[in-house]
Design a protein around this ligand. Structure first.
Ligand code: PBG
Length: 326
């Protein structure tokens, strides 16, 4: 019997046929590795809730970035863990803050062989754990905060960052950072906007990694997005593009593929997705229990994020996947 439905199963018959018709192929060059660098330690510290990921010393960070370059991963994004936190998050914008020191070392060591991105936010550096400055009532002060983001962006660009990635979800942060970069001779520095960033429960392991507890058991719902809303994400992304973002990002990734698909349909700028710490740890934990095949699920997941429209993916699987793919 002959019927048109056979067409689809025929194309799946052999590995070579499947390879021929594959629409999406994740490649090491689609991946960006998030890395943590901690001040004041002399050996790297594994992060329990992020199996396989560590807080790095400058030396172990350099070794890890060299390994990623050799694997064909084109970018890393740095997060700092300072020795001392304060109310203003001064480690974020201090020229001698840990991320700025790390950027200078990596640039010296590796030249332009890697894209150096820096997360631009205050939460890793504030003693209250919020992404911005607090006013007298304990609320995050939007306009005072973006002035400090602008200072942090200049310090990061000066230290060698190619890409400034503001993650704090303050209004006007992209315009403020663009003006600061242009006004300080850093017209070539790009901005990757965490444009649609949700107040997700999936950032838990990351907060262990950067040692952040939000004061008073608080949350970020007054500045990060409500996960019930998708049209609002489209509006957030439009604003960031209008303010001058060079690249846009959706975060987290898997529960927000609808947001990613919509962003892809509307925008032709480079589009990224952040497969966040909790998404990674869920896969690692289930795999450690023998409940799923971890490497297979990792590949399926990152492929799906690319299929939905991401040009590149920030993922803690970067090294592992790059090794598996090539
Ligand atoms: C804020 C920031 C966070 C993440 C990236 N940048 C935490 C937050 O918003 O609370 C989370 C990334 C992850 O979970 O992997 N500086």
């Amino acid at each position: 019997m002959s019927f048109p439905e056979r067409r689809l199963r025929r194309t799946r018959r052999t590995p070579a046929l499947r390879e021929l018709v594959a629409e999406t192929r994740p490649h090491p060059s689609d991946l960006v590795a998030p890395l943590f660098v901690r001040e004041g330690i002399d050996a790297e510290v594994p992060i329990d809730s992020l199996p396989g990921v560590s807080q790095h010393t400058i030396a172990s960070l350099k070794a890890e970035v060299r390994r990623l370059v050799n694997l064909g991963v084109p970018g890393v994004i740095l997060f700092g863990v300072p020795e001392h936190k304060d109310a203003q998050g001064s480690g974020a914008w201090d020229p001698d803050g840990i991320v700025q020191v790390a950027l200078r070392e990596l640039r010296d060591d590796l030249g332009d062989s890697i894209v150096l991105m820096a997360d631009t936010c205050l939460d890793e550096y504030t003693d209250h754990g919020h992404c911005g400055l607090l006013d007298a009532e304990g609320n995050v002060d939007n306009d005072a905060t973006i002035e400090l983001y602008a200072r942090a962006a200049i310090a990061q660009a000066e230290a060698g960052a190619d890409v400034i990635a503001p993650s704090g979800m303050m209004d006007g942060q992209i315009a403020a950072i663009r003006a600061a970069l242009d006004g300080s001779g850093h017209q070539g520095a790009l901005i990757l906007a965490y444009a649609a960033k949700y107040a997700s429960g999936l950032y838990g392991p990351f907060r262990d990694a950067v040692d952040v507890q939000i004061a008073g058991g608080g949350d970020r719902k007054a500045y990060q997005q409500d996960w019930r809303n998708a049209r609002e994400a489209a509006e957030e992304i439009r604003l960031d593009v209008a303010e001058g973002a060079d690249m846009i990002m959706v975060k987290p990734a898997m529960p927000y593929l609808d947001v990613l698909v919509a962003a892809r349909a509307e925008h032709d700028l480079p589009l990224a997705a952040y497969h966040v710490s909790g998404e990674y740890s869920m896969i690692k934990a289930a795999a450690a229990n023998g409940w799923i095949d971890g490497p297979a699920v990792a590949l399926e997941t990152i492929t799906a994020i690319k299929r939905a429209g991401a040009d590149f993916v920030l993922t803690y699987f970067a090294a592992e996947l790059a090794e598996a793919i090539v």
